[in-house]
Design a protein around this ligand. Structure first.
Ligand SMILES: Cc1ncc(COP(=O)(O)O)c(C=O)c1O
Length: 1016
């Protein structure tokens, strides 16, 4: 083994010149060069410049031969990097030998002088570091597979022997310095050395310090060559990089950033493995430990050697900086630079949370998505709340926030991930990685609610630590939980600023189930001195202790922190719209509607809502508040149902045409749809809206009967075209309407709740049917007969009216006897909404002649249908074509098929029946407590609650109904009011409505009833 403390050779310039001439035939002027343990001379001859290397006498011959073999190998490898070329001796060998005056024999080698400037004298720009990394990557790739017995050497610069530095600690005078080195050595012995034998090994240069790296003088950002292969050996590949980094990062403002550049450059040429990068930080430090301890030894043994001392002071400075860094974070930066997860599994954790967000237990008693939220102004350093918080005046900060929240109805304040918070002013926030830089980006998610608010774990967990951090503006009560959900790498959640009660209740190792209380938001005296809030944070690195988890990070490494400490918004169930608003504001849209849209368009609620996203039973507004949608029956399967979205997108991407060309979808859909109906109803036709379906129905009924008089129910609505307005008392009798047209006859709404008290319930059907008989008689009295009778199978606009049992049977018999056709408008109530049946008319035991359908048919895609009998279809075929440009197009049919598939596959009719029955039961329970609930009615998920001032007189409670509707909306639930007196609460939630959704609706109703009635 080479003894690196063996004295260097000591030939004179004259001797060197003579040796060059006699052995290599090169003559010219000679100068001496620095070397640690060999002796190097520069020769300038006519055929170029050379370096004569006189090798240390202690170097075994095999090692000298190894170096010449190595240079030979590189010369033949075609590596795209300048390395010294060997000049053969006059005897055509690679090595010559010379004896010194004292008789010691030295090997001699002559290599070409490489042009360029040492990196040590150039700027270590990011580009130069990248270039150096690439150069080393190329070199080592070229050396892959090269081996020589002389390479199996070991000496003090071998990274595997770095632990031997401990023996040299005695030469380090200062106790603090020794302690510093010992920390690195202890870690190396315990954690690093045992892992080195498992890493890839090969021949490496092992000394890419910045004097051995040459940059292009004309372009100092480009590494042009590498010299001095004297330390080459067979060693772990990663040592190559560790050595290069150790020198390149000295005295840089961002040493780990510099090392990351170099590493990424190497990785681009010669891909590294994660287990190699994971040791890099320690190996860089150990190279410096080796260096400073060898210097210390040298100083004692050989007096001052300027070559050895050259990097000593910067090396000490760097060791102190590395010692202050968290090695996990440094490693994360290095890993990230190479495209690996900052910590293994980091990206899988974030992806898992995003994919499972809907299944997580809410972190607050009320789901954060449903609360009115606003960002807390900590991002504004001048804001009074920020100023008060920074000045440790939490009461003042809280007072501002509480008043602001009360004024604007804010329920949850949010401090977002990544927010710039210059307010963090203490020394604690000085970066340990980057000189003169502060940590300013918030890496947690703050949830501001009153002290005492309980916070719950979204997933099962094991308590990792519980502590009380006493520092001013610290965390106060602090809990760390570890989660290991199936299919997800383990991760940690941090819960800061809690009340101290958590510390006495929780114990490390304790298991919590999803939804269990972690703690409660502490008062300022317990939470580190803040306005009450929770600092909630994820750490994908489970090895960090609660206090090591970085709450605020440097801007430069935000991408790394994003992986180590990802935004906890998904885990906390905070919709992204909370943080970023897009498009026009609500008032801007209202104003634009006024100038560019028909003023007849109405807007729900006095304070309109702007929805930006739908998801299942939920609609999310532009500020990230989720509303439970119990009103819009169009999104039958829930908003944005993936199967329908996919079916539409797939077909739209392929073909959309019209019914004049053949296509599979329309016939398949017609077969599937008619299969849900009684056998007689076997012919389908398609349109784009319920109104179009009803218009077509009208043409059919008139063509079939040759008449045009129609009987409808009072307060009915059947569509928006003029001919349907004429059939809609709800329209023609109200503002702007022209009253009942002569061909239209209105029958009484068959509303059992409002039936005369003296009618026996069993007779309601026939008593109400009398009104139809009267209308038929009235038509007849004018010398005509009815063309049609049309009714919704559950009149909706009339106030969710459920027909008395047997009513339609009697009515259909009367109408048919008069020669009219019977039409069921199932635009609102069809497609399984009633649960027990596909179609609401089936609950009456009748078969209509024509059924019209719309709204839920395409889950939001504009389409509609009409199904009729063969007979009516035949008479309608009178020679006039029925063509509807969009009706029955392939995209609509794809949507319709997907809706039928999902209803069947997910057994949504059963769900509607079960949840509907549960809701009726819960509403009835409300009815026992709230007198204003006059009637509760429903079938499946078609529901109504009728409000009355007095249960006896049944005086409609119209004003209260509006207040309840508004109050429920304020609680984040959408319902509507209907009926001639607008006193019926109308609910038509999507067919996927869950029991939890039902409970949510009932609790919003319950709270609202309580509040409204208390202030009646
Ligand atoms: C019972 C009923 N029929 C027909 C229609 C008309 O449907 P569309 O608005 O799709 O034209 C509606 C719409 O509200 C309706 O409720």
């Amino acid at each position: 083994m080479t003894n690196i403390t063996h004295p260097a050779p000591n030939f004179s310039l004259i001797e060197a010149k003579a040796l060059a001439a006699s052995h290599f035939g090169v003559s010219g002027s000679v100068g001496s060069l620095d070397s640690e343990r060999d002796q190097n001379f520069r020769l300038s001859s006519e055929d170029g410049d050379w370096i004569l290397k006189v090798v240390n006498a202690s170097e075994p011959r095999g090692e000298s031969e190894f170096q010449t073999a190595l240079l030979d190998h590189l010369a033949g490898s075609g590596v795209d990097l300048a390395v010294p070329a060997l000049k053969k001796t006059l005897d055509n060998t690679s090595l010559a030998f010379a004896a010194a005056n004292d008789g010691t024999r030295h090997a001699l080698r002559l290599v070409s002088w490489l042009p360029g400037q040492p990196l040590a004298e150039a700027e270590r720009s990011p580009e130069a570091l990248d270039s150096l990394g690439r150069a080393l990557g190329k070199l080592d790739r070229a050396l892959q597979g090269f081996i020589h017995p002389g390479a199996l050497r070991s000496f003090d610069w071998d990274i595997r022997r770095a632990g031997a530095s401990r023996r040299r600690l005695t030469h380090v005078g200062d106790a603090n310095d020794r302690a510093l080195l010992e920390r690195f050595l202890d870690r190396f012995d315990a954690q690093v050395a045992p892992r080195l034998p498992g890493l890839r090994a090969q021949v490496i240069h092992n000394d890419a310090n910045d004097w051995n790296v040459l940059v292009d003088a004309a372009d100092p950002k480009r590494v042009a060559g590498l010299i001095d292969f004297g330390d080459a050996l067979y060693a772990p590949l990663i040592a190559e990089l560790a050595v290069a980094c150790a020198y390149s990062i000295l005295d840089t403002e961002d040493p780990i950033g510099a090392a990351a550049k170099l590493t990424a450059g190497f990785h681009a040429e010669y891909p590294l493995r994660e287990e190699e990068i994971d040791l890099l930080f320690d190996l860089i430090a150990m190279r410096l430990v080796t260096s400073v301890t060898l210097s210390a030894l040298r100083r004692q043994e050989a007096g001052d050697n300027p070559y050895l001392a050259i990097s000593e002071a910067p090396a000490w400075r760097m060791l102190r900086r590395l010692d202050a860094m968290n090695r996990s974070f440094a490693t994360a930066i290095l890993r990230h630079a190479c495209g690996f997860d900052a910590v293994p599994g980091a990206r899988a954790v974030t992806a898992w949370i995003a994919a499972h967000a809907k299944t997580l237990a809410p972190v607050l008693d009320r789901h954060p998505a449903t609360l009115v939220k606003e960002l807390v102004p900590y991002g504004d350093p001048q804001h009074p709340m920020t100023v008060a918080s920074a000045a440790q005046e939490p009461a003042k900060a809280s007072a501002w926030w509480d008043a602001h929240s009360a004024e604007h109805g804010i329920e949850l304040g949010i401090g977002p991930w990544g927010e710039v918070r210059t307010v963090y002013a203490s020394d604690m926030f000085q970066s340990r990685f980057i000189e003169q830089e502060r940590r300013i980006h918030h890496l947690g998610l703050d949830l501001f609610m009153p002290a005492g608010t309980k916070v719950r774990t979204p997933l099962a967990a094991v308590v990792k630590s519980v502590e009380i951090e006493q520092d001013p503006l610290g965390y106060g009560g602090l809990v760390a939980l570890e989660h290991a959900p199936e299919g997800c790498p383990a991760f940690v959640t941090l819960w800061g600023h809690l009340a101290h009660e958590a510390a006495s209740r929780l114990k490390p190792g304790q298991r919590l189930e999803a939804g269990d209380v972690v703690g409660e938001m502490g008062v300022a005296a317990q939470n580190g001195g803040w306005a009450p809030h929770l600092h909630f944070q994820i750490s994908t690195d489970t090895s960090l202790s609660a206090r090591e988890i970085l709450g605020v990070g440097e801007a430069r490494y935000l991408d790394v922190w994003r992986e180590l400490f990802p935004d906890a918004a998904d885990l906390a169930g905070i919709p992204p719209e909370t943080f970023v608003q897009k498009g026009r504001s609500r008032p801007e849209i209202v104003a634009a509607r006024k100038t560019s849209l028909l003023p007849n368009l109405s807007i729900s609620y006095s304070e309109p809502i702007k929805f930006v996203r739908g998801e299942g039973a939920w609609l999310i507004d532009d500020r990230g508040r989720a509303y439970l949608d119990c009103f819009n029956n169009v999104c039958h399967l829930g908003h944005a149902h993936p199967d329908v979205v996919e079916a539409i997108a797939r077909q739209a991407a392929k073909l959309n045409t019209n019914t004049r060309y053949l296509h599979d979808a329309i016939v398949t859909y017609a077969e599937r749809l008619t299969a849900t109906l009684p056998e007689e109803l076997s012919v389908a036709s398609f349109a784009c809206s319920g109104s179009e379906a009803n218009s077509l129905m009208l043409r059919m009924a008139r063509t079939h009967t040759g008449r045009s008089d129609a009987i409808v129910l009072d307060w009915a609505y059947h569509g928006t075209t003029q001919e349907l307005i004429d059939l809609s008392p709800y329209k023609y009798k109200r503002k702007g309407g022209k009253g009942r047209p002569a061909h239209v006859f209105e029958a009484t709404i068959p509303d059992s709740y409002r039936a005369p008290a003296d009618w026996p319930v069993a007779e309601h059907a026939s008593r109400f049917a009398e009104s139809i008989a009267e209308q038929i008689a009235a038509i007849k009295a004018q010398g005509r007969a009815p063309a049609l009778f049309m009714a919704e199978s559950i009149p909706s606009v009339a106030g969710q009216v459920f027909l008395p049992e047997g009513y339609l049977k009697e009515v259909y018999a009367l109408v048919r006897a008069a020669g009219g056709v019977c039409v069921a408008d199932e635009v609102q109530v069809g497609f399984g909404r009633v649960g027990s049946h596909w179609w609401a008319f089936e609950t009456q035991g009748v078969v209509p002649d024509i059924v019209t359908m719309g709204k839920p048919i395409g889950n939001g895609h504009p389409m509609a249908a009409l199904v009729t009998t063969k007979e009516i279809a035949a008479t309608f075929n009178n020679g006039m074509e029925y063509f509807n440009t969009f009706g029955g197009n392939p995209v609509s049919c794809a949507a319709g098929l997907a809706v039928l598939d999902v209803i069947e596959r997910d057994r949504l009719r059963e769900n509607a029946a079960g949840i509907g029955a549960y809701l009726i039961e819960r509403f009835r329970e409300l009815q026992t407590r709230y007198d204003i609930i006059g009637d509760v009615r429903g079938m499946g998920l078609f529901l109504g609650i009728e409000l009355v001032e007095d249960r006896k007189t049944k005086e409609p409670a119209t004003a209260l109904a509006r207040r309840i509707n508004d109050g429920v909306r304020a609680r984040g639930v959408l319902i509507g009011t209907e009926g001639p007196h607008d006193n019926v609460l109308k609910m038509r939630p999507p067919m996927i409505f869950s029991r939890a959704n039902a409970d949510h609706l009932v609790s919003a109703l319950d709270d609202t009833f309580g509040e409204v009635l208390a202030t009646r």
